[in-house]
Ligand binder design. Structure first.
Ligand SMILES: [Mn+2]
Length: 350
């Protein structure tokens, strides 16, 4: 038996609002979802497991029709899905009454239910959100039935407001694999047993690194898991090293070079670090043009030659200011205060 585990697709989200590329992001999230479906066909998987938050908000009837069409292109794969805290089941939601294709199983009850696939010797358990918050640790008391089937739990949550999860309880629950959703960064919760698939396409600047889905291959009730990278873009947090020799243009080149090396398709949060020429005041807006830069911060400190300044301004305000900090080595906080103070005194920068 082979399965693909996805979660937190967040169809309908449009991240990076306000940036020139924002209008493409919503479409890219759909495209990455379509690639997951394609992957399920390529990998000849028996099951496509969707661990909640397929939609970013309540889906429209049209969106459900699109999704159902994509599901219908699956050649041999059955879909099992649950609703998460974002796409929770409102009483009036078209989600509830939608006529899904025959290869789609929705575990839409608020209580744990299970679906059995005898030809795959597999059972899938799960429950769905009917409100945005569930503070009870519902998964703590779910136990898999004892039989020789491969037993999967589809689960969504893991923080205080969204079904807190206890690792110990999950370990003892009797499941063979726990397909988790809610946390957008792919990660293993219990080695070989429980994993967060993460969002297939990252939707927040802090969802750094690769994103995709999990492929599971089951033999004799043992599962082998691998991560498939499917996202079209990544968010990356990177530092640009600044030295005293740098000028406004050399820094812009460094920033553009970094974006080029790490991939121009990606989105960046950049920090300028190191010691800059005290007279250089980098224009951060200018550097934003170097690529898809969501955020850029200047954390450089001015490079002062303290001993030379102490000699030059001995007996004057600046000289006395330096003296007041005592001899080296100074603490990190003192060093910063000294440099910011000198910047204000020498160049009038607040
Ligand atoms: Mn969620």
């Amino acid at each position: 038996m082979r399965f693909l585990h996805i979660a937190d697709v967040h169809l309908g989200a449009a991240p990076d609002a306000g940036f020139a590329w924002a209008k493409d992001r919503g479409r890219e999230i759909w495209e990455t979802f379509r690639r997951c479906i394609e992957k399920a066909n390529e990998e000849k998987t028996d099951l496509l497991l969707i661990a909640g938050d397929l939609f970013h908000r309540q889906p429209t009837a049209q969106e459900l029709k699109e999704v159902n069409y994509l599901f219908s292109t699956l050649k041999r794969t059955m879909v099992v899905l649950i609703a998460g805290n974002h796409d929770y089941l409102r009483p009036s939601s078209p989600y509830q009454s939608f006529p899904w294709g025959k290869n789609v199983v929705c575990l839409f009850s608020g209580e744990c239910e299970k679906v059995r696939f005898p030809e795959l010797k597999t059972e899938v358990y799960g429950l769905s959100y009917h409100q945005q918050e569930i503070t009870e640790p519902l998964y703590d008391r779910i136990q898999a039935e004892k039989n020789d089937y491969f037993k999967i739990l589809l689960a969504h949550g893991g923080d205080a407001g969204h079904i807190p999860i206890s690792k110990e309880a999950l370990e003892k629950s009797g499941f063979d694999y726990i397909a988790l959703g809610h946390i957008h960064k792919p990660q293993e919760l219990i080695p070989g047993l429980a994993r967060f698939a993460g969002a297939p396409e990252p939707i927040d600047c802090n969802d750094v690194g690769p994103h995709g889905c999990i492929l599971g291959e089951v033999q004799r009730r043992k599962v082998k898991l691998s991560f498939l990278d499917l996202c079209s873009r990544m968010y990356l947090h990177e530092d640009v090293e600044v030295t005293e020799e740098d000028t406004a243009y050399s820094l812009r080149e460094k920033t553009a070079g970094l974006v080029f090396r790490k991939g121009q398709q990606n989105m960046y949060k950049i920090r300028l670090v190191g010691q800059r020429d005290p007279r250089l005041l980098p224009d951060l807006r200018e550097y934003k043009k170097c690529g898809r830069i969501v955020e850029i911060e200047d954390e450089t400190t001015p490079a002062f030659h303290i001993e030379e300044l102490r000699e030059q301004y001995r007996g004057q305000l600046i000289g006395n200011f330096i003296e007041s900090f005592g001899e080296e080595p100074r603490g990190i906080v003192e060093e910063k205060a000294l440099r910011y103070g000198l910047e204000a005194l020498l160049y009038g920068k607040p």
